[in-house]
Design a protein around this ligand. Structure first.
Ligand SMILES: [Zn+2]
Ligand SMILES: [Zn+2]
Length: 368
């Protein structure tokens, strides 16, 4: 084992610094993971550009690696062994609140970096916290604090593919748990990035009978992959009238569920979702990309009796199901793991997400 740890530290807007940290001692109830893969997602792209609110941060919240060092309490609590391949959720758990007791750690105040300056969330927490500076995946090692929530990666699942667990867990959580997609459901998925494509797989596996995916002119390869993963209809919204095509595909009825997985589309995707939902009692899943929504059509939403759900991460169960889904090799998901970068190229990697036309799932491999 090396005695220094290399990590990329975000020191300002779109600015990383490769720094060396001491190899930490591991407390009895904590552990150290050798990072194999740190996935980059749209949230990273957005956060990367922002001003720091406090001390610098080691980003990277979609991490897969090997349990290399652990205290005896940690091993006892998790049932893991040294050498196991693991997926630590970026959420941590206080273990005491109503949310933690129901397996919904993501709602725990202890991991809420937005409202709690002491909140611990891997990839979001500043290096001057009380645990260890190494709380992000853009690093050779990541420190797993006492309240880390850790899943074992199934045997035979390649680490890069296992890195898709986070968008896949979100797919299961949002489409299946939040919006009740199941047998014979018709679904509109807007945005064919890793998040939208993971929703396609979750919906297909659950039995959806009509899966419609939208994208723009730059998404032609992504829309092709959507079809290969099980989408019935794909629409380039810059070339065709999406509402017309959705109604045509659903015999004029509209869809049961509309999921927004777009980035930078403004209010357009939500407005299309509202229009595309069936006459009564559809479900709309939204993301909070913009702070305000001028002229929100609240009249139409209530007349159509639409239920609005907020995209808010994943539960413990969704992660376990996502790992099983990936290990089943039932869908050609290796088509979405398109790009891998060394730690020194983290800046290029972050910019590749949402940049390069063929980039879908981008991984940083700190030991490459
Ligand atoms: Zn993410
Ligand atoms: Zn809690």
């Amino acid at each position: 084992m090396v005695d220094k740890v290399l990590a990329q530290v975000r020191v300002g807007p779109s600015e990383l610094e490769l720094r060396e940290f001491d190899m930490p001692d591991v407390a009895d109830d904590c552990a150290l993971m050798r990072v194999e893969v740190a996935g980059i997602c749209g949230t990273d792209v957005k956060m990367y550009k922002e001003q720091l609110k406090g001390a610098p941060i080691i980003m990277g919240h979609e991490n897969i690696g090997i349990l290399e060092k652990a205290g005896s309490e940690f091993l006892k609590r998790t049932g893991l062994k040294i050498g196991d391949r693991i997926f630590p959720e970026h959420y941590t758990s206080c273990g005491q609140c109503e949310h933690c007791h129901s397996g919904q750690y993501r709602h725990c105040i202890g991991t809420d970096w937005r409202f709690n300056p002491k909140g611990i969330r891997l990839g979001y927490t500043a290096i001057d916290n009380d645990h260890s500076p190494l709380l992000g995946g853009l690093s050779q090692y990541i420190y797993l604090p006492a309240n880390a929530v850790v899943h074992k990666v199934p045997d035979g699942l390649d680490p890069e593919l296992a890195g898709v667990v986070t968008p896949m867990a979100n797919g299961i959580e949002w489409a299946l748990f939040d919006c009740n997609v199941g047998y014979d459901t018709s679904v509109l998925i807007q945005g064919p990035g890793q998040q939208g494509l993971s929703q396609v797989v979750a919906c297909k596996q659950a039995g959806a009978s009509m899966i419609i995916v939208t994208g723009t002119a730059k998404d032609s390869r992504r829309l092709e992959i959507a079809k290969e993963l099980g989408a019935d209809v794909v629409i380039d919204v810059t070339a065709e009238d999406p509402l017309e095509k959705i109604l045509e595909a659903t015999n004029g009825r509209g869809v049961d569920v509309a999921l927004d997985c777009t980035a930078g589309a403004g209010t357009k995707a939500i407005l299309l979702g509202i229009e595309a939902l069936k006459r009564k009692c559809g479900t709309l899943l939204i993301q909070g990309e913009m702070a305000d929504f001028p002229n929100f059509p609240v009249g139409k939403v209530t007349v159509k009796a639409i239920t609005i759900k907020s995209a808010r991460g994943h539960s413990y169960k969704a992660c376990e199901l996502a790992l099983k889904q990936l290990a089943s090799k039932r869908f050609p998901l290796e088509k979405i793991t398109t790009h891998r970068f060394a730690l020194k190229d983290a800046d290029v990697a972050i910019k590749a997400v949402g940049g390069a036309e063929d980039a879908i799932h981008v991984s940083i491999m700190p030991w490459m």
